[in-house]
Each structure stands twice: as C-alpha cells, then as structure tokens.
Design a protein around this ligand. Structure first.
Ligand code: GTP
Ligand code: MG
Length: 330
C-alpha cells in the first residue's frame, strides 16, 4: 500500500473514532439526565408501608385504594382471583361440614341446611361466598370487585401499588404479616414516609393460627411497640387503621364475648362499641414514646369503599402536613 493510501485510511479511522466518541458522549449525558430525572421523580414519590399482624386487612385496604385511585381491576386481574374464590368457598364448606359433624347436626334436615349457612358466617365472617354459591360455581363466573375484596389470599413477597392523588405520586408496599415474613420488611424500610399499621379490632378474643397460646391483639400490640421504637421509623408518620369495625361491632353487641373478659383494663359498659374501640386504640397509642411523632388513628372497615376513601383522604393530608413540617425544620 502506498504512503498516501495509509494516510487516507488513518484519517478515515480517526474520523470514525471521533464520531463514535461523540455518539458515546451524547448517549452518556442522556443517561445521566435520565438518571437525574428518575432520582428526582423517586424523591417526589411518597412511600407508604402497610404493616400489621396476619389477616388484619392490609391487602384489602391496598385493593380498595387500587379501586379508588388506580382504575380498579382489569377483567384479566378479576379472572386471576377465580381460583382463590373457589378455594375459599371449598375450604369454608369443608370446615362447616366438619364442624356440623362434630356437633352431630344432620344435613338431611332442611332446617339444618340454613343453620350450616349461618355457621359459615361465624367461622368465616368476611366470606359471603357461601351465600353466592350458585353465582360462583357457574362456568362463566368472573369475580366482582366485592368478591376480590372478600377473598382471603395470603400475601407473598412484597406487592407494590402506585397511584397519583392530585399532583403527588404515592407508592404503597404491602407485605405479609406472618412472623416468619417480617425480616423481609427490612428491605422496604428505606425512604418510607408513613407506616399504615393495620389492627383487626375484632381479634381481641382470638389466638394465632401458628401458636394458639398467643392472643392476636396482644401479638399485634407487641409488633406495633417494636415498630415504634425501631430506629428506622423515628421520623416516619405512624397511622393506625383500627380495622374490621363491622365484625367488631357484631362481636361486642351479639357474641357475649365482652372486652372486659379479655382486657381487665376495660372499664366501659358491655355492648358499648365506641368505648371498647377507643379502649383498644388507646393501648396502641400508648406504645409510642416519641412525643415529637404523633400517632394518628382511623376506624375502618376495609371491605367498605367509603370507609377506606374517607380514612385515606385524611391520611394523605396527614402525610403531606408531616412532610411540610419536616421541610420547615430543615
Ligand atoms: N368483614 C370484614 N372483613 C375484612 C375486613 N378487612 C379485611 N377483611 C377480610 O379479612 C381477610 C384477610 O384480609 P387480608 O387483607 O388478606 O389480610 P392481610 O393483613 O393482608 O393478611 P396477610 O397478607 O396474611 O398478612 C379477607 O378475607 C378480607 O376480605 C373488614 O374490615 N371487614
Ligand atoms: Mg396481605
């Protein structure tokens, strides 16, 4: 090859390299801009962690919020709950039949058939699936929003739900409440602005499935105490959702299982639903020893849209106010 040809090749290569270099620079500054944009968007997302003991209603509250603020469930999502609804129905049927066998109630008797239905409500108070059996077992059955809210599915892993209220983006993290799952919560702790701690008010006379010697409400109290003193949550807005008020009301008014029989500190009248609910709430509020961080509370029925909408509207306000105060302190 002649010298001139080498020179020409060299110049061409140099031009190519310079071109590549320019392209890489443009790409890298675009990536940097995207990262900055993403980081500032992330900083503007209000992160809320729902915590609480198992079966208190954490996922039901998150489902309600998805229905209210995030266009609800698509047809495909509704269909995905079908196996769980059928499974809940079968489990409750099995338990009712076993219970009736133990109590020697003969199902051949027509009157006893209706008894089995009300028996199912005692065992599965949140389940209306028994009553809706013919609708549910129809081949073209698609679960409704109400079915999705009532179905019992233990949460696996961490479920994220993102939604916008006015100009603010919120991200909700839903985790399983079982003891063995709690260490996983640690990974979501960073940058959490608020903890919504869910309490099942009606659990005052119930024991844990995994340990029948432990009272559910007591366990919930200990969990809330440990969260209140956790260093990660010192600046976090604490919000109690005193949930399952519908089942609590039923129990206090009709079951004869008075609160004073389980909590000697209760001095109110039997059948006084408000006094009983406030007594339990006061036990939880007393877990907070940080005077600079108030603990807000709301009474909720997670399967009722209005109840969650009203409570969550106030929660958004409380979080925004907390953020504003934090900014003013800086
Ligand atoms: N009647 C009634 N049922 C409720 C209420 N809140 C939740 N439930 C029912 O209680 C059951 C358990 O609710 P979940 O939301 O799955 O409970 P969770 O706290 O997410 O449970 P884990 O994921 O196991 O920790 C479901 O069948 C819900 O429909 C309520 O306020 N009233
Ligand atoms: Mg759950």
């Amino acid at each position: 090859m002649k010298y001139e040809q080498y020179l020409c090749l060299g110049m061409c290569l140099h031009k190519d390299v310079a071109e590549e270099h320019k392209k890489a620079k443009v790409q890298s500054s675009k990536m940097e801009r995207d990262l900055h944009k993403h980081a500032s968007m992330e900083n503007n997302v209000v992160k809320i962690l729902t915590l609480g003991a198992p079966e208190t209603g954490k996922s039901t509250i998150v489902k309600q919020i998805k229905i209210i603020h995030n266009h609800g469930f698509s047809k495909q999502e509704l269909i995905s709950f079908k196996p769980a609804v059928l499974d809940n129905l079968l489990t409750s049927m099995k338990t009712v039949l076993q219970g009736m066998g133990t109590l020697r109630i003969n199902l051949a008797n027509k009157q006893n058939k209706s008894k089995s239905c009300s028996f199912s409500f005692v065992l599965f108070p949140s389940s209306s699936f028994f009553e809706n059996m013919s609708r549910i077992i129809a081949p073209n059955y698609i679960p409704t929003d109400a079915d999705v809210l009532r179905v019992r599915v233990r949460t696996c892993g961490i479920i994220e739900t993102q939604f916008q209220v006015d100009k603010t983006m919120f991200r909700l993290y839903d985790v399983r409440g079982q003891q063995s799952e709690r260490r996983k919560w640690l990974s979501c702790f960073e940058g959490i602005q608020a903890v919504v701690f869910v309490v099942a008010l009606n659990s005052y006379d119930m024991t844990l499935l995994e340990d029948p010697s432990v009272n559910r409400l007591q366990e919930s109290l200990e969990l809330f105490s440990s969260i209140c003193i956790h260093t990660v949550f010192q600046q976090t807005t604490m919000i109690l959702f005193m949930n399952k008020t519908d089942l609590f009301r039923e129990k206090i008014l009709k079951s004869g299982r008075h609160l004073r029989l389980y909590h000697s500190s209760y001095k109110g009248a039997d059948g006084d639903v408000d006094a009983a609910a406030h007594n339990i709430t006061a036990m939880f509020s007393a877990c907070n020893s940080n005077p600079d961080r108030p603990v807000y509370h709301h009474f909720t029925t997670a399967i009722d849209a209005t109840s969650v909408r009203v409570a969550f509207h106030v929660v958004v306000d409380q979080i925004m106010r907390g953020n504003l105060e934090a900014v003013q302190l800086v």
